[in-house]
Design a protein around this ligand. Structure first.
Ligand code: GTP
Ligand code: MG
Length: 203
């Protein structure tokens, strides 16, 4: 079995990170349990991509400022970040952009998935405060993907994680060493004299 790859949930408090975590891992939405996350949770799940199982290792933590001390441990080694904002809250998108900055400072290569949560609220008449166009424009600057989801209805949640798994599968198939170039200049190895003069220290 391949090891799970690290995906972290980021975003302002109450934006819906734990609800997304539960919807993805357990296909469940608990509208009654609205406790703030205080620690860090982890869960993993296999997603099949082209006949191969890709293991998504998902991390959830608190969105509140005082827990940001956890960040180095939380960010380190993340290959993908689901950066959440609530589609009905502009400040949550501003916080999402700060999260992207922090994430990139730790892991520059981490792929960002900007995720507008609670989309069902818009369907039921609440005003949308963050336009898809403004998010898409920002996403282009940072080579991010954009999804609008609802953990309540499940809308687009599977699609989001399938895209994350597919992107990871593609990257992990790329060769890690440069291909051998048969036309490259020949390198001549010079013979090393058996008795060399001493030029380094003895320690
Ligand atoms: N309508 C609706 N409510 C949601 C959705 N996702 C989350 N919520 C609600 O938003 C509130 C916060 O959700 P959480 O998932 O706990 O948010 P969080 O980002 O984990 O919060 P912290 O742990 O405090 O950072 C809860 O009352 C959820 O029921 C959604 O898709 N639709
Ligand atoms: Mg939470």
């Amino acid at each position: 079995m391949d090891l799970p790859f690290k995906v972290v949930l980021l975003g302002k408090e109450r934006v819906g990170k734990t609800s997304l975590f539960n919807r993805f891992l357990k296909d469940r939405f608990d509208s009654g349990t609205t406790r703030r996350t205080t620690g860090t949770s982890y869960g993993d799940k296999a997603i099949e991509v082209d006949g191969r199982n890709i293991y998504v290792g998902l991390w959830d933590t608190a969105g509140v400022e005082k827990f940001h001390a956890l960040s180095p441990f939380y960010f380190r080694g993340a290959q993908a970040a689901v950066v959440c904002y609530d589609v009905t809250s502009k400040p949550s998108f501003e916080e999402a952009m700060l999260c992207v900055k922090s994430m990139k400072a730790y892991e520059e290569a981490c792929k960002i998935y900007l995720t507008g949560t609670k989309f069902d609220l818009v369907d039921s008449g609440r005003k949308k405060k963050v336009s898809l166009q403004s998010v898409t424009e920002y996403a282009q600057d940072i080579a991010a993907e954009v999804f609008e989801t609802s953990s309540k209805t499940g809308y687009n949640v599977k699609e989001l994680f399938l895209k994350i798994a597919k992107d990871f599968a593609e990257v992990s198939m790329e060769p890690r060493v440069e291909a051998f170039d048969a036309n490259a200049d020949t390198i001549t190895l010079e013979e090393v004299p058996s008795k060399t003069s001493k030029t380094t220290c003895s320690c």
